[in-house]
Design a protein around this ligand. Structure first.
Ligand code: GN1
Ligand code: MG
Length: 542
């Protein structure tokens, strides 16, 4: 850095001193905390985004959101040139930046890092950052890309770095065109019964409902009613995908009149999606169709298209390309979903919680499908496979236009355009679910019957220091503190099909307990017993 750059950095950073005693970390999905303590963190992440842009000579995204957290929280995360999450090897620098006690330390850190990474500060190319925010009142900034869903920003960053147009209109057009393409390819006679055609969407009083209203205007063939679109009601309060998935009750604005209708719920920044249907006479209880089931539906459809595409029909060997297909889950995936996927012959792998881990793993396959149970996920297609598929599809258009094989190729290409390749996206995921249900001629109930979830319970336990818990094996085994895993095992063994694990949350100051068993009572009892163990071993916090 030259003297002028140093002076600017010192002067500007002194305007945003870090609040004393607050230690933040990049966590599962960026920095998150009460909005009142985040000023210096957001300022400093701006520096990181600029350095990352200079280093990669690409556009970098900065998203201001705290996702499903309560309205008084906010957060900041970075989208890399690929549109994916910030490369994990820069996270330690992000942590160090956020925690630097004063401007001098900050300057030193930046200076050292610029040297270590060889970042060209004097280059011809200046840094370019695309900035997005959700609808939180603390998210306002002067110059930005406007109000966006998190996945829209990731999509735009990816598109920009591929030299494509990257406005919101292009995003909407790509989604609606590929959706239309899938609908036009539906085999005759499988259209969903008109009665079931209506979809009601809970927009979490956030940005997703607003954007879905816009998207709806250019979509034909979908009867969508949007509720909780933010005109009244508070963001994520009694609404949204996180609430619906964790509480398993109807969100505000839904009730007995909606019994049996297909419903979906987005989270506050629209990167999560779950479906549900309201149960009759059940005290607001719902049938939840979670991320695991969305994953299963996608996997089933993709497999079906690959099988059709690879039907031999006298083709020579080299026309049949078997892409590698992998499904990625976390320990929070319902055990019944994993059994179902494995029985369907799919390769299922597990990673730690957090989309950055799932995404990275899914990218190792030609087609990688990942979902967290909470509804965050997408399908990734490798460049190599898409290139082959493009060629194969053109060839089939000449040799066997209108054949099942050609249609399967076109469907896969449409899926690769509809589904957000940068990050999980509730809007694009919703359109893919709708297209597949219409293709199969399935109601939400038929879909939900793919398998039956094992009853599960999640609890949060407040402890003095959650970082005292160290886990291994995709977070299913605790290696520290000693003895607690043995105690959890002993408790779990008391329940048929019992499964239980604990891990420190990366987004909240709690330890999470997850338990699964054959009945709700058993899952509840197991979770409660293990929560007590956590309390015994780690001491209750205040
Ligand atoms: C059990 C659970 O739902 N955990 C969520 C939550 O992470 P925690 O590290 O568990 O707090 O927020 C993450 C970011 O949104 C999401 O990726 C993850 O799945
Ligand atoms: Mg979110």
């Amino acid at each position: 850095m030259n003297d002028k750059q140093r002076a600017i950095l010192l002067q500007s950073s002194s305007r945003f001193p870090p609040p004393p005693g607050v230690k933040l970390s990049y966590g599962t999905a960026g920095f998150r905390a009460d909005a009142s303590v985040l000023q210096s963190t957001v300022f400093r992440l701006g520096i990181l985004a600029a350095l990352r842009s200079l280093k990669t000579q690409s556009v970098i995204g900065l998203m201001i959101t705290a996702s499903h957290n309560k309205i008084s929280d906010n957060g900041v995360k970075i989208a890399d040139p690929s549109g994916g999450m910030l490369s994990q090897d820069w996270e330690p620098f992000a942590d160090a930046l956020a925690d630097a006690p004063d401007s001098q330390h900050l300057l030193q850190l930046v200076d050292d890092f610029v040297k270590k990474e060889n970042i060209p500060l004097e280059g011809v190319q200046s840094a370019e950052i695309s900035l997005g925010r959700d609808t939180r009142p603390t998210g306002a900034v002067a110059v930005d890309m406007g109000i966006l869903t998190t996945p829209q920003l990731h999509w735009m960053v990816r598109a920009r770095n591929k030299s494509m147009k990257a406005t919101e209109l292009e995003y909407f057009e790509q989604l609606s065109n590929s959706f239309r393409c899938l609908i036009d390819l539906i085999p005759q006679g499988s259209a969903v019964n008109k009665m079931n055609n209506k979809l009601i969407v809970d927009g979490a009083n956030g940005v997703g409902g607003e954007k879905l209203e816009l998207l709806k205007k250019i979509l034909n063939g979908l009867d969508i009613e949007i509720r909780n679109s933010g005109k009244q009601g508070v963001l994520n309060e009694g609404v949204g995908a996180d609430y619906v998935q964790k509480e398993k009750v109807v969100p505000c604005g839904f009730g007995p009149a909606d019994v049996g209708i297909r419903c979906a719920s987005l989270d506050g920044d629209a990167d999560r999606l779950v479906y549900f249907s309201v149960l009759p006479n059940a005290n607001n209880r719902i049938d939840l169709v979670d991320g695991d089931k969305i994953l299963s539906l996608f996997a089933l459809f993709i497999e079906e298209q690959l099988n059709t595409l690879n039907k031999r029909d006298g083709d020579t060997e080299n026309k049949c390309y078997r892409p590698t297909l992998g499904v990625v889950q976390t320990a929070y995936a319902n055990g019944a979903s994993t059994d179902y996927l494995k029985h369907s012959g799919l390769e299922v792998v597990f990673t730690k919680t957090g989309v950055k881990y799932l995404h990275q793993k899914a990218a190792e396959y030609d087609i990688g499908i990942y979902f967290e149970a909470n509804g965050h996920g997408t399908i990734l297609f490798s460049e190599g496979f898409l290139h082959w598929l493009d060629g194969r599809s053109s060839e089939l258009a000449l040799t066997s236009k209108g054949s099942g094989q050609q249609k399967a190729a076109l469907r896969l290409l449409a899926v690769s355009k509809l589904i957000n390749q940068a990050v999980g996206d509730a809007l694009s995921g919703l359109l893919l679910v709708e297209a597949i249900l219409q293709h199969m001629g399935w109601s939400i109930h038929r879909w939900n019957d793919l398998y039956h979830d094992l009853p599960s319970r999640q609890l949060k336990v407040k402890v003095v220091d959650r970082t005292a818990i160290v886990t291994e094996n995709a977070e299913t085994v605790v290696v520290s503190p000693l003895g607690i895993q043995e105690a959890i095992n002993a408790e779990t063994a008391r329940y048929p099909r019992g499964r239980c694990f604990i891990r420190p949350s990366g987004t909240e100051d709690v330890v999470r307990v997850y338990a699964e068993a054959t009945t709700e009572d058993a899952a509840d009892n197991l979770a409660n017993a293990v929560a007590q163990l956590v309390d015994q071993f780690l001491g209750g916090g205040t």
